[in-house]
Design a protein around this ligand. Structure first.
Ligand code: ADP
Ligand code: MG
Length: 364
């Protein structure tokens, strides 16, 4: 079938004792995709990867590769390779021998191994370091050796378990870009595990969010951020202001939500019909604009703009943008973040400045 996914995870459960580490996860991965599994520590990400790799056996459900159940296929016979979180390099082996390890075990002839190792060394830019042992390498170099080793057998699917967690921020960001480049160039399917939402959004075209063993949402980065399907995801992926309230009027595409902390908030175009009475309104900080006098007159849809008044209590200058905390007259705190596009923005709203915070119904 043309639309058969490369990998199908079908209602997979993994229990440790009575504890469900992976709880009925179903997920399709397409060939050539860069997919990220995102979730807090302990939510079951590694366990799910280990089942795909064949190091753990599902208690329920099936894992299909190209439509075939791979339950009986041993790990080293699967066209899948896993790069482990701690790299798991062999300390007594050189860079070359670490990369060659799986090739040797698979019985590849020596000349072919030499050629493949040279290719992998060039691919991850480790030329000149072939004879070194892992303890003579930097963190970033070890990461490259582990990557080269996991790519050496040219798997169809590469599983990367928190591959960049041990790197410092700058190196992590440049390595993210290199991984994306590599994945595109090789046309291979990558599944990366991370607890870092920015990393997931940077590298992946789709993200699966896990919590307590369950897959809570699968979406492109933008959809996940702009249309999270639960309050928990809205909070986990990025910063958000949340107000609890009741639906006061519901005209389908326009809702009035009566909140204790922010008065009545008008919300437009919810992605799913709202059928409950008790709801949370979520507004991303960058959608909240501050102004001394209120929204600019020509702002779209001026009548329905939500306006909240309060006092700036905290200002955090972060270079490209500044974050503000505003204590509303109700006592609740609203967070705003605004780009520092002009010099004047930086000092415009200092502490104890009285401001109007505003956002449109579409921004909720
Ligand atoms: P993550 O990678 O998302 O941090 P893991 O998949 O490693 O999470 O673990 C999920 C849960 O399963 C955790 O609570 C962990 O303690 C538990 N767990 C993982 N492996 C085992 C094991 N071999 N035996 C018992 N519990 C385990
Ligand atoms: Mg893990």
């Amino acid at each position: 079938e043309a639309d058969l996914p490369l990998l199908r995870i079908d209602a997979v459960v993994k229990k440790f004792g009575g504890f469900r580490a992976v709880d009925r996860v179903s997920l399709d991965i397409r060939a050539g995709e860069f997919f990220a599994l995102l979730g807090p520590s302990g939510c079951g990400k590694t366990t799910l990867l280990r089942m795909i790799a064949g190091f753990e056996t599902p208690d329920e459900g099936r894992i299909l590769l190209d439509g075939m159940d791979i339950a009986q296929v041993l790990p080293h016979q699967r066209p899948v390779n896993m790069m482990f979180q701690n790299y798991a390099l062999f300390p007594h082996l050189s860079v070359r021998d670490n990369i060659a390890f799986g090739l040797k075990r698979a019985g590849m002839p020596r000349a072919a191994i030499d050629a493949r190792v040279a290719e992998m060394v060039a691919l991850v830019k480790l030329e000149g370091l072939e004879k070194r042992k892992p303890d003579q390498l930097s963190g970033g170099q070890k990461q490259r050796v582990a990557l080269a080793r996991s790519l050496a057998r040219r798997p169809q699917i590469l599983l990367l378990d928190e591959p960049l967690a041990a790197l410092d921020r700058k190196l992590r960001e440049s390595t993210q870009l290199e991984l994306m480049e590599l994945q595109r160039r090789l046309g291979m399917t990558f599944i990366i595990v991370t607890h870092d939402q920015e990393e997931a959004m940077t590298v992946a075209s789709r993200i699966g969010v896990m919590d307590h063993g369950r897959l809570e949402q699968v979406a492109a980065p933008r959809e996940l951020y702009e249309a999270p399907n639960s309050r928990w995801i809205a909070e986990f992926v990025g910063d958000v202001n949340l107000f609890e309230g009741q639906v006061a009027s519901n005209e389908g595409n326009r809702l009035a939500i009566s909140t204790r902390d922010a008065g009545t908030i008008t919300v437009a175009g919810p992605r799913r019909p709202v059928t409950k009475t008790n709801v949370s309104v979520a507004i991303r900080p960058e959608k909240v604009k501050l102004s001394r006098r209120g929204p600019v007159p020509d702002a779209v849809n001026a009548q329905a703009i939500n306006r909240l008044e309060g006092i700036v209590t905290d200002v955090g200058y972060l270079g490209g943008f500044t974050t503000y905390k505003v204590r509303l007259d109700t006592g609740a705190v609203l967070r705003s973040s605004m780009a520092n596009t002009a010099r004047i923005d930086i000092d415009a709203y200092g502490p104890s400045q009285r401001v109007v915070a505003w956002f449109t119904p579409d921004d909720c």
